[in-house]
Design a protein around this ligand. Sequence first.
Ligand SMILES: Cc1ncc(COP(=O)(O)O)c(C=O)c1O
Length: 408
Amino acid sequence: MSLAINGGTPVRTMPFPVWPVWGDEEIEGLTRVIKSGKWGRLAGKESECFEKQFAEAHAAKHGIAINSGTTALRIALTAADVDAGDEVIVPAYTFIATASAAVEAGAVPIFVDIDRDTYNIDVRLIEAAITPRTKAIMPVHFAGRPADMDAIMKIAARHHLVVIEDAAQAWGSAWKGRPVGAIGAAGCFSFQSSKNINCGEGGIILTNDDLVAKYARSHHNCGRSEDGLWYEHFYFGGNYRITEFQSAVLLAQFGRYEELKAIRRANLDLLNELLGCIEGISPLPMQEEVTSHSCHLYIFRYDKRAFAGKSKQLFIDAMRKEGIPTSPGYSIPLYKQPVFMNKSFGPRGRKVELPVDYASNFCPESEKACYEEAIWFTQSVLLGTEEDMQDIAAAVRKIQQHADELKG
Ligand SMILES: Cc1ncc(COP(=O)(O)O)c(C=O)c1O
């Protein structure tokens, strides 16, 4: 049986499940909002209701819904007292928003490599990146796997730093039984289209800190205070509010979250079993401290030596032709993105002089993840059936058997 990329029959032609999953609840929510005539959050109750539910589920005192995860991070940083020129430690392997939110807040991202087994920030490397200018650590709970919050909170306490959790992919994830999001000074989640709880675009800031909550809420609502006059603005800010339509959809999506998470978790475990015994494929090991995992992405490391030396990209191309939607994930470590290499943080990309040299950064695990090893399946793949997971393993085995036939 030859490879589909060489004209053979693919392992499967059936599509994987589509995302988003939605039903009557989302339609009823949207209809409810339309009929209410209260479409913005200042008039209605949907956003407040979602904030309360989401915060409670994450053991957080406050929830402030925001119009995106990126904006949530940017607002949370300033609300947590990160100032212009402060350095913020972030992992080098993450979505651009983790670092760009720091830039938007006037701060300077400092990149730290990831741990090979978790793809989260390598906590052993954080202290070496701390300087007198460091103000915050921003761990990412990547793919839904909580970062090592014990180590991070200890380092932060030792150096008087604040911790802002980028929990954009980690709804309901927990570290040693404690939900992520409000372990640090604040945590930010995303509800953008690709996310497990989706309202098109959206985010939320969680915090147990009353001051962080006060300034975050004000910042997202034009600098108003809770009890001030309508045209009284005690703080700077903008309009980063969410609509009642988004919140109604979020309430419905949140209602089906646990059920879908259980399917993804079962498939993640099955894939670990099926792929873990194929030479050259290393699923990231589970950790006992991770007591809940959103399973937003499934990640494994690819070792080309077990595939006739064929590149990660060629393997991915072959998988796709076999009918398996396979992603290379982040393709460039963040410090190598042009915006950082050129420090184009000024208006129209003008270079800003900063006491940091991104061009000399080198994070070997992040580079390996981007260029050679990391392969992702997104959440819609994880929503498939047991047979779908068997097809994934069959495709990998088929490509391995015929690896020397891959051209390139
Ligand atoms: C790790 C991480 N941080 C931040 C964000 C930003 O969220 P949003 O797309 O809602 O702005 C995302 C979303 O893609 C993300 O994956």
